[in-house]
Design a protein around this ligand. Sequence first.
Ligand code: MN
Length: 230
Amino acid sequence: MSYVFPLAQSAVPVVGSKDLFPVRRVYCVGRNYAEHAKEMGFTGREPPFFFCKPADAVVAVPANAVGKIAFPPKTENYQYEMELVVAIGKPGRNIPVGQANEHIFGYALGLDMTRRDLQLALREIGRPWELGKAFDQSAPMGPIHPVAETGIMSQGAIWLKVNEQMKQQGKLTELIWTIPEVISNLSEYFSLEPGDLIFSGTPAGVGRVNKGDVLVGGVDGLGELAIELV
Ligand code: MN
C-alpha cells in the first residue's frame, strides 16, 4: 500500500545524533509565568491551559544558524514568545508528577510565534485560537538536546533579544506549573506519545516584531536559537 501523494514528516535534529526526532503533536501551555499572565491581563493565579499547533508549524533551525521565517499574512501585531520545549520520548496516560521526568526525551529552544491581534480578537468572542497561534511556521525551534546530556532541567535563565536588545528575561524556577506538573496534567487529557513536543510557556516581555528583525533567544544549557523575519 502506498499513498496517493507523498507527505513530509515534520522532524527536528537531535544534538549528537544523525537521526531526527519525528514530530507527532505540538502542545503549548498558556500563561505559565506569573508576570506574563499579568501582562496579558490576568492575575497570574489561574491554572495554565493548553492549546495545539500542527506538527508542520515546526521549523527546525540548526544550531549556529539563523532561520529565515516568513512574516505571516493577516496580522498587524506579530509577536514572539520565547519558550523551553520539552520533547516526549516515552508514552503515557495519567502520568504521576513523580514519574513525569521519565517521559522526557530531551529539551529544545522554541518560539511560540503569535498573531496577537487575531488571538486577542478570537479570545474576546470566545472562539478557538488557531488563526492566532497555529499558522504556518509558527513554531521555529532549535535542535533537541537529549536529557542524558542536559540532565533534568528545572532552573536557569530563559531570555530573548530582538535586534540585540533584551526583551524577555526569566528563570525556569518562575514557571507556575513545573515541567513534571505540565506533563502529568496534559497526560490526563491526552495520551502522550514519543514525538510529542510541549512548549512550556513564556516569561514576561512579549512584544511586536517586524520584517527584518532578528530574534535570538536562549535557555541556560541549550545554546541559542536565532531567526530572521523575512
Ligand atoms: Mn506561548
